[in-house]
Ligand binder design. Sequence first.
Ligand code: B12
Length: 441
Amino acid sequence: MQPKLKMKWLLIHPKSRLPMASEYIKSVIPLNLLYVGTLAKKQFEVTCIDERIGQRVPEDFSEYDIIALTIRTPFASRAYEIADLAMAQGKQVIAGGTHPTMVPEEVRYHCTSIVAGEIEAVWDSLASDVKNNTLKPLYHSHDLPLLEDLQYPDFSIVCNSKKARKYFSQIPILATKGCTVGCNFCSAPKIYGGNYRIRSVKNIIAEIKYHQQRCGKKNIRFSFFDDNLCLNNTFLEELFTEMAGLGVRWNANVSMNFAEKNSNIELARRAGCDALSVGFESLSQTEMKRMGKSSNRVKQYQQVVENIHRHRIAVHGYFMFGFDSDTPEAFQTTYDFIVNNQIEFPVFAIATPLPGTEWFARMESRLVHRNWDKYDGYHLVYKPAGMEKDELLNNFIKIQRKVYSWRAIYQRLQRQTPFWLWVANMGLHFFANGLKEENFY
Ligand code: B12
């Protein structure tokens, strides 16, 4: 008797259709598809295509049984093109990721099944329904699976391809999921319902060692993809103590209150941290309150930066413009704050109401369009209250040019800045100089 052939899954990471998402820019390793692929590989044959690194999605899907797409809002339209083509060829299409989780009612028109939330929560029924050809329109478990012993992803799924050199070398890793801050512009409150889960330290350390073995060296760089690594001090102390001496370098998103405490940062540094990402967002306390991020105390911003720098860690600061109380002066105030405090890697976005968030519901009457391609933090998609559109965009370009001028780079990078941040600054210098207002419409 012939052995039964395994069903074939094609996992796809689509690429935004906008020219800014060029395949010459490196991409981060797709942790979402790695988790999906690692589960699927145990029972099915798995191929992965990542359009961002120049891998081409076939026109003809006859080779595959299941087309599985990960979808975030800025590449949702491209994902729909692929999904519609596969559906027209009679394929079973499964969609998962942030966009289907936030707006399943929209995504369902383009696929057979939606997985809202984490695949781990619904995997057993999803896999058996695939095999029995009884897929349901929606898989959504409201119970969040424990993370304690989260199985770590099998990186061979994406890293064995020749094009994998187009990925950044830093390795994505998760230690926690969720965030209790509850900013109303963020998707996390809806995805995780304000829950915060942590992996066991033993499990995380085992994954770090797996990567050291896989890469054949100790000195490797990780990027924690956690929403907020630092909400449980006991866990962090244990994790950082275990990480010290492993010889790895890493960066992570943290909330401001973590950086208000010096002992935390000292431990992070000893564990190999060389950059911390902090969402300053705005220098207006009123705005922080309005956006549900009162935990950001603007009066403490300078102190927070000083604390981080004192431990020879660089600051990767996120700033957003276009909030209702923003006026042209906000750009100058932010510029002064960044340069005076020598923030090594400032990143700017235009505030964007993301579908499914509380802020989106509030802004709905002010949206200028729902072209998801442009919901990427780099386009103005609603009518701002405190500025004319041109005024906002002009200033948005200007601040990037000023912050990434050679002079300001020199002023900001006076400390022992890690090499990768020099490279990032140089890249952003050229990027900022090439910006034109029409890029943002
Ligand atoms: C790390 C991170 C980044 C990193 C890496 C992003 C990347 N490309 O992977 C960096 C810093 C580069 C980044 C940048 C941006 N990010 Co970001 N980021 C995150 C963060 C904190 C974690 C993402 C992550 O990888 N989590 C771990 C993985 C394993 O979880 P997951 O993606 O949810 O996948 C699980 C499920 O969704 C499901 N699943 C996922 N895919 C699939 C597919 C199938 C078929 C199935 C069945 C299941 C399934 O199973 C997975 C395993 O459990 C999230 C917040 C969040 N919690 O999602 C924001 C988030 C994804 N980012 C967001 C945004 C807006 C951005 C930016 C546009 C912001 C900006 N302008 O600067 C840029 C876009 C850059 C880019 N080109 O992607 C939004 C996206 C919102 C949306 N509606 O799409 C989020 C949700 C944060 C928010 N503000 O709400 N980000």
